[in-house]
Design a protein around this ligand. Sequence first.
Ligand code: SAH
Ligand code: SF4
Length: 370
Amino acid sequence: MTTSTEKTNLLGMPKAKLEAFFESLGEKRFRATQVLQWIHQRGVDDFDQMTNMSKALREKLQKVAEVRGPEVIYDETSRDGTRKWVMRMDSGNSVETVLIPDGERGTLCVSSQIGCSLDCTFCSTGKRGFNRNLTAAEIIGQVWVARKAFMPFEPNADRPITNVVMMGMGEPLLNFDNVVDAMNLMMEDLAYGISKRRVTLSTSGVVPALDRLGEVTDVSLAISLHAPNDELRNQLVPLNKKYPIAELLAATRRYLSGLPDKRKATIEYTVIEGVNDQPEHARQLTKVLRGLPCKINLIPFNPFPESDFRRPKMTATRQFQHILNQAGFVTTVRTTRGDDIDAACGQLVGRVEDRTKRSQRYIAVQQVAP
Ligand code: SAH
Ligand code: SF4
């Protein structure tokens, strides 16, 4: 008997891979077009419902393939409309996906890994350790589940998901191929049809992978900077010791100049009280970013139980913003959304079977702390 794990999961296959799959079955390539629409636009996972294919083909597909998305184990909507799903990826692991509605816009924050190996000091995902990369099916599966939650669509209703940001759990550039496949499906007209300007990859700065990214895609880019000098950034983002600020910003410039249109990078700066929120830091930042086509997004630190860092005072953040604005930078302060259901930036933890043993170390530290 064929068990489900031996079947090919079609959910994560972008068009070219799906065409190759149908060819390998001795079928016409255009079947890929039909199946993409059934799966992603109509949310269908049962081949039997794909009625524009012959019964014989549907039966063949049922034997060798499947459409298997993540299982939703938690689905809650915050007071402010932010919705969070916890999705089980395998027996021991789950990830979190968040939809942030904002007027006509709906931004889905998607995870790329189970946990994260990079261990930034202010990030709760990093503190829980790392288990594995998500497959392309598990990444696009988050979009699929979220979109299905709003089906059937009203004819003239606003689309619930207009933007996707790869800002959930994990470092997307350390799961390169699967993230690229999933982003291609997000942008594919036969699937979600989201413009490349509205699909954003956020990275803490894996420089060689950023250069590779520019060779294969043209999505928008967010750079998690968080500090205006290497000394401070080394403490907050340990990856900086390998790829310091100057190299990261040079790679960002290369990426932007390779895009077919004029676009700015988003510089993300998590503001932490007494750590990186001083006027001097803002002034340094204006020097470091001078000449880079960018907008700056200040994210007040979201506290989580295992961290001693504190959220900055709003007046300090506004002062910081003012200095950046005065120097000519477009700067926004991200409003905290969904924190009553732990859905805000940096609060996403899912359930991670940590292979790095970091979470044990962390728990041990907490136990001896007063
Ligand atoms: N690994 C990628 C994408 C996921 S993190 C990256 O680092 O860019 C997404 C964003 O959430 C990053 O900008 C990160 O700095 C921010 N973030 C993480 N922890 C946070 C916290 N506790 N409070 C506010 N923002 C946080
Ligand atoms: Fe990983 Fe991003 Fe969190 Fe750093 S901020 S630990 S790179 S998820």
